[in-house]
Design a protein around this ligand. Structure first.
Ligand SMILES: CCCCCCCCCCC/C=C/C(=O)SCCNC(=O)CCNC(=O)[C@H](O)C(C)(C)COP(=O)(O)OP(=O)(O)OC[C@H]1O[C@@H](n2cnc3c(N)ncnc32)[C@H](O)[C@@H]1OP(=O)(O)O
Ligand SMILES: NC(=O)C1=CN([C@@H]2O[C@H](COP(=O)(O)OP(=O)(O)OC[C@H]3O[C@@H](n4cnc5c(N)ncnc54)[C@H](OP(=O)(O)O)[C@@H]3O)[C@@H](O)[C@H]2O)C=CC1
Length: 341
């Protein structure tokens, strides 16, 4: 066990681990190759009666976003939750939004307890299915009412299911496209119409590493390619209103329990490791840092861009193995003429 880098925090009331030890185990857990080992690490650690929330350790200065308001869709789980934690740590007020109220409530209770008394940070949640236009309109208007405006929108909510393209039913295709492309568009349009048009603001869209196609998730690959192009169009259309917009494309598999739970085989995300030059999955913290960078004044000259955060995976091997076959024969005039004889 390495030495605790910061002030030691209380012991867990269920076992004898310190908060730092638990944090260390949590990180270890992310990189275990065999998922079944997780059962040995799964009890809920409680510090002074509360479920443990790991310390945030941002590379950015603590007051960076102290006068800012952010909306993070899908902010109650996985990558979105880490982004929310880091924004709060940097003094931001954050509204998290998604479909499942229980998950949002739990995240708000956990994360509220991490905000120090001297901080201007605050967090609340709103139920919002980003596919529903009225709910998206309500998300923007309620956030403005509650926090006095909006500076940042992080379009993180999204997802898909794995399936060969030949088996995707229209309803499934529409569900994925409406979630990832239409949902992102609705959030962008509404934040622009209700606030950014008059006050400016910054948008970051979370997409995926689809740069070599996205086999077995073709619906999501197509929808996210749409978001990447939308990012470019809006960066031009809305520049004169003081709006910047960029995308972050996580790749190589970013481990979180909720992300893994979406796959029938929860080791699916780990299975991408051999195809990542960095030879590991990414962390939610690595995605969050990129998002905070793009939201920050360090990125005021960056707009319309997609930042790949993938340990080099998008430049390396495709995850899809093609079996040996002879179904795509070459064309020659000789063969063509002989077939006509
Ligand atoms: C097999 C190998 C694959 C390669 C794996 C590589 C892995 C490493 C790389 C990973 C990169 C990306 C990771 C992530 O994105 S992690 C985050 C994942 N999180 C989510 O995906 C959560 C959100 N997802 C969803 O909520 C849903 O998937 C969906 C977007 C579809 C939401 O739609 P809705 O709530 O409307 O869903 P419904 O359940 O009502 O379904 C509507 C129709 O969609 C079809 N469907 C849905 N699920 C499946 C499924 N599992 N299999 C097949 N079809 C599905 C179906 O037609 C549904 O309608 P019916 O039920 O009436 O038929
Ligand atoms: N983990 C990874 O390896 C990668 C993830 N990504 C993308 O990053 C984003 C976050 O994923 P991750 O944290 O890993 O996984 P999670 O499953 O934890 O996050 C998905 C989030 O999106 C929310 N969401 C889904 N559909 C909707 C909807 N219709 N309206 C509002 N919110 C919605 C979910 O909340 P709720 O269910 O409550 O609605 C959930 O909080 C996703 O867009 C994902 O596709 C991209 C590349 C790789």
């Amino acid at each position: 066990m390495p030495e605790c880098p910061s002030v030691c925090t209380p012991q867990c009331t269920n076992c004898d681990k310190s908060q730092f030890q638990v944090r260390h185990r949590t990180l270890e857990k992310r990189f275990l190759p065999k998922f079944n080992i997780l059962k040995h690490l799964s009890h809920d650690h409680k510090m002074a009666g509360q479920t443990l929330v790991p310390n945030v350790c941002s590379v950015f200065r603590e007051d960076l976003f102290h006068d800012k308001v952010a909306i993070v869709t899908g902010g109650g789980t996985g990558i979105g939750k880490t982004i929310t934690q880091e924004l709060l740590h940097l003094g931001c007020k954050v509204m998290i939004a998604s479909r499942k109220v229980e998950r949002l409530k739990k995240a708000v209770t956990e994360l509220k307890s991490t905000i120090s008394r001297s901080s201007l940070a605050d967090i609340d949640y709103l139920q919002c299915n980003i596919r529903n236009e009225d709910e998206v309109k309500n998300l923007m208007s309620q956030t403005i009412k509650q926090f006095g405006g909006i500076n940042f929108l992080v379009n993180n909510g999204g997802g898909q299911f794995p399936s060969g393209a030949g088996d995707i039913r229209l309803k499934g295709w529409n569900a994925v496209v409406e979630t990832n492309l239409t949902g992102t568009f609705l959030c962008c349009r509404e934040v622009f119409n209700q606030w950014f048009k008059d006050h400016g603001g910054v948008i970051v869209n979370i997409i995926v590493d689809n740069f070599k196609g996205f086999p077995l998730m073709s619906h999501s690959g197509a929808a996210r390619a749409g978001v990447e192009n939308l990012t470019k169009s809006l960066s031009i259309e809305w520049a004169e209103y003081g709006v910047r917009i960029n995308s972050v494309a996580p790749g190589g598999g970013i481990y979180s329990e909720t992300a893994a739970a979406n796959y029938a085989n929860p080791t699916m995300i780990q299975s991408s490791i051999p195809r990542v030059p960095a030879k590991r999955n990414g962390t939610t913290e690595e995605i969050s840092a990129s998002v905070c960078f793009l939201l920050s004044p360090a990125a005021t000259f960056i707009s319309g861009e997609t930042l790949r955060v993938d340990g080099g995976a998008s430049l390396y091997k495709n995850k899809y193995e093609i079996p040996e076959h002879n179904k795509l024969p070459g064309y020659t005039w000789e063969k063509d003429l002989s077939s006509k004889l």
